[in-house]
Design a protein around this ligand. Sequence first.
Ligand code: ADP
Ligand code: GLC
Length: 489
Amino acid sequence: MNIIVASAEVAPYAKTGGLADISSSLAYQWSHYGQNPIIILPKYKTIDTNYYNFKPTYKVIYVPMAWWMEYAHLWEGTLPDSEIPVYLIENADYFDRYGIYGEPSEYPDNDRRFIFYSRAIFEVAKALNFKPHIIHAHDFHAAFTMAFLKSQYRFDPLFSKTAGVYTIHNLAYQGWFEPERAMNLAGFGMKEFYPGCWFEHYGKVNAMKTGIMFADKITTVSPTYAKEIRNPYYSEGLQGVLNLRGADLIGILNGVDYNIWNPEKDKYIFEKYSINELDKKIKNKLNLLKLIGFNNYGEPELPLFGMVSRLTEQKGIDLLMAKLDDYLGNNLIRFVLLGSGESHYEDYFRGLGWRHPKNSVIHIGYNNALAHKIIASSDFILMPSRFEPCGLTQMYALKYGTIPIVRATGGLNDTVSEYIPITGKGNGFVFLHYDAGDFDYAVKRALRIYNSQPHWNIIRKNAMSEDFSSSKTALEYLKVFKWALEKVL
Ligand code: ADP
Ligand code: GLC
């Protein structure tokens, strides 16, 4: 199958979260299964084209916008250690900036930038004479591809048998656009915009809704999230739209690329280890404590709680704000955070670090190598999310024998199960209600198990034995692609 991957984030080139990881790991797996994916990504300023060996093709891509033409240059390369083609769309006006979405607040022309990107996908395919069976679009940034496929490119011989599959990674980001501007830029015009049309939501253009309505099939990133988003608490206002397309919507659990996230192979960690070498995990912990500057790292027995996260309301930081001072003040845990995001959360964590310099280290920023080290070296990883469409961090942590403490929502509910001492089953600690008391009780259960053998070894081995490989995920997507193709053949 020829597959176009349309995603605003693709690891290792451009990443703010899990979207980047899953976009590239699916492409690797499909190629491994003999499929033919190509990736098309904006050429953001921060992509190191020399390092990744991208070359200009000297092709100029003409992209219709409103009633005029805009253009892009096309660069080509391959995903590291593979032959999978990656194309970068170069347009200085739109993408020669430091952020993917903003610096840090959203760029005011994100509507135009991503409509341009979505339209350029088709023109790139034409320039390459690449006839896709599937356009697989991720999140609102690429959502307009689904509308273009069914309108402007409907009768183009290259796309007349192409099916569109749209994957929702996070309903919290929908792409609300000003109708007149967006409808004109996308070439539809205001005659296509009226209450209840496929673009419209509460009087605005909603890119997420557009993707959902025009796609042949819709997926989201875990079975639990697929159920949750039928209800207003999780649907961010789109429950009606999702229920309308309910027959074509399916949840597929994300997976892990175990070539990258694997304690036996990880080039970023201090000491590699396998399931039978838990003693080497402690060396990682000691080295991390030293690296991040704990002067009392001679007390390795204190449990190390790690967190690597975007700092947004989604991630349950309000629960941490209710409890961390207590844990750190009473010397129950050590805490290391790597993250960035909303400034009030960044400020809270900076303050926490100042209040508890002996046992917390706060690193505000983005750092891939440090993320690997924290995930490998911590005893526990905190993900008390208010909602979590899938979550990759807890799956990574499990493979490293780092025990997740999570709220039972979305993909966290599908991957983490409470450790039960009587049966010796379970891989983490789980609480249900978004409530600081429930969170606290889960932490206290975790601390008890941390201090009690053989349970502490059993739970870590349970965690490391889990297999959430993206090879399974990729096969599930191929099934959905076949199902989508039935609609267009
Ligand atoms: P989300 O996509 O909602 O951010 P996921 O758990 O699916 O959550 O994926 C997060 C990914 O981003 C993981 O690979 C995690 O290691 C990475 N990550 C998050 N914050 C940082 C950071 N500050 N520095 C480095 N990596 C980060
Ligand atoms: C989103 C979600 C996260 C998910 C990721 C990849 O960023 O917040 O839960 O794992 O997308 O699908």
